[in-house]
Design a protein. Structure first.
Length: 161
């Protein structure tokens, strides 16, 4: 299993994995997903097994406490203070095989390289328990999370500890 940069040929598989992993959410469009990558290609990657894309990570520098809404086309922000993890999604072919942990560890390293003090995300579909085990803490925010699932939970991981 290897992590590598996203290339234009990967988007079909990324869309299929998104659809597989998020049955409770209307899938985001290719344009919106690509905007996350275009804002920060160095923090977006795919997970490959036997030369097949089996997962992806989309993350980008952002502002703490104001996660982008789903289906929001992104532009770069000035003065980012978090690496916002939009998604680490894995095909069922690799779930439980350490791919998610490997992707997460790579993401933490990227955030540190960029000098960002934390990673933030919105957990959906009950994933908040997984993220708590990774050290994330839920934080109330003023921004509505209504574009996400009803159980959406904004969380942050402090990297300064």
């Amino acid at each position: 299993m290897q992590l590598r940069s996203i290339n234009s040929a990967d988007w079909h598989e990324i869309l299929l994995i998104q659809e597989e992993c998020y049955p409770q959410i209307e899938p985001e469009s290719l344009e919106v997903l690509r905007s996350k990558w275009l804002v920060s290609p160095q923090t977006c990657f795919v997970i490959e097994l036997d030369k097949q894309v089996v997962g992806y990570c989309l993350a980008h520098p952002w502002v703490v406490g104001s996660p982008p809404s789903l289906e929001q086309t992104l532009v770069a922000v000035t003065n980012p203070d978090t690496l916002y993890l939009h998604d680490i999604a894995l095909s069922s072919k690799v779930q439980g095989k350490g791919a998610g942990k490997r992707a997460f560890n790579a993401l933490v390293e990227l955030a540190r390289e960029l000098g960002l003090p934390c990673i933030s995300l919105v957990a959906v579909q009950g994933a908040d328990s997984f993220w708590r085990r990774q050290g994330f803490i839920a934080h109330p925010i003023e921004k509505s999370l209504e574009s996400y699932t009803p159980d959406a939970c904004y969380m942050e991981l402090d990297l300064s500890a």
